[in-house]
Design a protein around this ligand. Structure first.
Ligand SMILES: NC(=O)c1ccc[n+]([C@@H]2O[C@H](COP(=O)([O-])OP(=O)(O)OC[C@H]3O[C@@H](n4cnc5c(N)ncnc54)[C@H](O)[C@@H]3O)[C@@H](O)[C@H]2O)c1
Length: 343
């Protein structure tokens, strides 16, 4: 086992300040994490190829436009910033239907390239916080999932994430690498200070559709299935404000050394609200926040759809003392505000 790289570059008034490499820091979630890092006194260093990211999100930040598999770029970043103590690995391709059509691309971009990054981190003794997804879980009969719930990813995209979680576990056992996988449920909203948010063509689910209707681009919302085994028959998801998600990364970073040790070098934490929200409940919340009446059409479930699931948040609470603070209404309001800013 190798030595662990010094994570704390300095302390200010007793606070830890960490310089963190954020891969995919020009993306929706990575950019929000960078803002949360700065707000908490840490220093993000971004590597992003801008394949889908937004260069504007990197303004006034330390930014390297490069692919995560570019070993020369990585060496140069770590040469310039020898005090980087952790990597938050958000960079990935994330569009589920595209991953079904182009699995090679997804395995190459997400798995092959991340393996090189993990090898680099492992060789350098740098801790890793990995953006994983609740899509790694098997559809659950009980709908509430803990970190021990059975895995059964449904798409190539989700399988790339599961493959990387397994690689992190194996690397931690064999090489003493230390890593934490954070399994995100459904992020919504934007940075409350409007520094960044989802891109206009973001593939995100229900909220994207509702925003299109709100802007007059689409006329009605089609509900995919009304006889699911939920309280009102519509499918259920666990939505989490992206700012809450970002703050959970700060907690993970700051508590990392307590959470993963030599004896227990790898950990998994669900990040969700701990509550399921049905499609109808989400529609009603959207109508209330936006003041727009949404015309609904009851449709059939599509192949591959599931009743949905929500996170059990006990592990996040016990390990991170973290619970989401922001409501679905706040997430919807921030998404509407961000959309206005984009248009
Ligand atoms: N958005 C969601 O609903 C969601 C849910 C669960 C998990 N996640 C995970 O969170 C992470 C961030 O997702 P997001 O929504 O911010 O996506 P995003 O597409 O907005 O951001 C991804 C960023 O990674 C960059 N990137 C991709 N491949 C790269 C490479 N090889 N080298 C360098 N940069 C590269 C892109 O340019 C982009 O800026 C992903 O790993 C995703 O799997 C997202």
């Amino acid at each position: 086992m190798h030595r662990d790289r010094a994570a704390v570059i300095t302390t200010y008034g007793g606070l830890l300040i960490v310089k963190v490499l954020v891969t995919g820091g020009a993306g929706y979630i990575g950019s929000t994490i960078c803002s949360a890092l700065e707000d908490n006194g840490h220093i993000p260093v971004i590597i992003d190829s801008l394949i889908t990211g937004n260069k504007a999100f990197t303004e006034k930040k330390i930014f390297y436009q490069a692919d995560i598999s570019d070993s020369k770029a990585l060496k140069s970043i770590f040469h310039d910033h020898q005090d980087i103590g952790a990597i938050i690995h958000c960079a990935a391709l994330i569009v589920v239907p595209e991953s079904v059509q182009k699995p090679y691309r997804y395995y190459h971009e997400n798995v092959s390239k991340s393996l090189e990054l993990f090898k680099f981190a492992s060789d350098s003794g740098i801790k890793v916080i990995f953006s994983s997804t609740a899509a790694v879980y098997e559809s659950s009969a009980t709908q509430m999932v803990t970190e021990e719930s059975p895995l059964g990813p449904d798409s190539p995209y989700a399988r790339t994430k599961m493959a990387l979680e397994m690689a992190l576990l194996d690397f931690s056992i064999a090489y003493g690498m230390r890593a934490i996988s954070l399994r995100y449920f459904n992020p919504i909203g934007a940075d409350p200070k409007m520094r960044s948010g989802p891109s206009a063509d973001s593939p995100t689910h229900i909220l994207g559709k509702l925003l299109s209707i709100h802007q007059g681009e689409e006329s009605a919302f089609k509900i995919a299935g009304v006889d699911w085994p939920t309280r009102d028959g519509t499918a259920l998801r666990d939505y989490i404000h992206v700012w809450d998600l970002a703050e959970a990364h700060i907690k993970t970073l700051e508590l990392f050394d307590n959470l993963v040790t030599g004896e227990n070098p790898y950990s998994i934490i669900n990040l969700g609200s701990g509550q399921g929200t049905t499609v109808l409940e989400f529609l009603e919340a959207f109508e209330e926040v936006s003041g727009t009446e949404i015309k609904r059409i009851n449709g059939y479930a599509r192949p591959g759809d599931t009743a949905g699931a929500y996170a059990n948040g006990d592990n996040a609470w016990n390990k991170l003392a973290w619970k989401p603070r922001m409501s679905i209404e706040q997430g919807i309001a921030d998404a509407i505000k961000w959309n206005k800013k984009l248009s």
